[in-house]
Design a protein around this ligand. Structure first.
Ligand code: SAM
Ligand code: SF4
Length: 335
């Protein structure tokens, strides 16, 4: 008997439930670990998916059992149709019901957009904040905008976009002395702080394994200030989590390099120019844009999703000497 819920299953038995959509490769910041100061050669406007094209692909994906859609970029809030995209995707439904829609953002535009996004059906936000120090923020993002990020976090809170998760990439000699302060900031406000191990995905190819701050180092720093108790039941989530001083607040670490979680990965990614990727580190893509613009029906698009996942590798091998960085930078894939 066939499964009543169509599942996007790969050759390694992983069922895919999470679609990450990059709305744009452009950004209002220039984080050193992500983009060079001058930016990157931007995707051509004519190749970017329109609102209708994005929603059509999301509809096919939700029909194939996707239950979570995360909008990212680049900076997703730079897209002028972002509220409309959220509204239309949140209104979709599939065999497992409507998808939960969330956004990963640098928060600069949240003071204006948090409330309309919530009304449109947005459930949650992940906000990037690597430091609480204004000068460091300006050096790290190459823009003096800490104040706007903080205002964006407050706006998300006021709009009820809970639980709020804050992301920081820990960097040696840059912000690794701030991990305790960042956790205190989050815990005091009822947010979850998460530290991400830096990955070789920057456009400038500056990643250096020896400069990367590991999960073990982050935990050692945190244990000097807090009692951490591991939270069991991680499932397919990228972050491992710990209760801070007995909880209820938690801290997470996304140890993509030193403790990869590929075996439980349930994510598939769509770039702003309509290319489907089975992994952040894929070296090949499935061209949904051309299929769409050539008039493909939903069945053909669904088959392209399955083909893409059929080629998904068991892991990313970042730590292997033979690892090759993907051609696209993180900002053009969607983090
Ligand atoms: N602009 C939005 C933001 O910064 O949240 C969304 C896109 S950004 C590419 C998504 C996430 O990827 C952010 O949390 C960012 O810190 C993280 N990121 C970017 N480059 C990274 C890298 N080389 N290694 C690890 N995380 C990275
Ligand atoms: Fe922009 Fe996000 Fe990349 Fe920073 S990490 S440059 S905010 S896309």
């Amino acid at each position: 008997m066939s499964d009543p819920v169509p599942a996007l299953t790969d050759r390694h038995g992983r069922v895919h439930r999470d679609l990450r959509i990059s709305l744009t490769d452009r950004c209002s910041l220039r984080c050193t670990y992500c983009m060079p100061a001058e930016g990157v050669p931007w995707l051509a406007g004519s190749t970017m998916l329109t609102t209708a094209e994005l929603v059509r692909i999301a509809r096919v994906a939700v029909g194939l059992g996707i239950t979570e859609v995360r909008l990212t970029g680049g900076e997703p809030l730079l897209r002028t149709d972002v509220v409309d995209v959220v509204r239309q995707i949140a209104a979709l439904t599939g065999p497992l019901g409507p998808p939960e829609v969330s956004i990963t953002t640098n928060a600069l535009r949240l003071p204006a957009l948090a409330a309309p996004l919530k009304d449109a059906g947005l459930r949650r936000v992940n906000i990037s904040i690597d430091t609480l120090d204004r000068e460091r923020f300006a050096a790290l993002t190459r823009r003096d905008r800490l104040h706007d990020t903080l205002a964006g976090i407050a706006a998300a809170d006021a709009a009820g976009l809970h639980p709020i998760k804050l992301n920081a990439v820990a960097m040696r000699g840059v912000n690794d002395d701030e991990v305790v302060d960042l956790v205190r900031f989050a815990v005091d406000r009822g947010y979850e702080m998460r530290f991400i191990e830096q990955m070789p995905l920057d456009a400038g190819h500056t990643w250096d394994r020896t400069q990367m701050v590991t999960q073990a180092e982050v935990l050692a720093s945190l244990r000097s200030a807090f009692a951490l108790t591991e939270v069991p039941g991680r499932g397919s989530a990228p972050a491992e989590r710990w209760l801070v001083d007995g909880g209820p607040q938690t801290v997470g670490v996304i140890a993509s390099v030193t403790a990869p979680f590929c075996g439980a990965c349930d994510r598939v990614r769509l770039t702003a120019d309509g290319q489907l990727r089975s992994c952040l580190f894929s070296r090949s893509e499935t061209d949904l844009r051309t299929l769409l613009r050539d008039g493909a029906d939903d069945e053909t698009l669904g088959a392209a999703f399955r083909d893409c996942l059929a080629g998904k590798k068991p892991g990313h091998d970042i730590d292997d000497p033979s690892f090759l960085q993907p051609d696209r930078p993180m900002s053009a894939i969607g983090g």
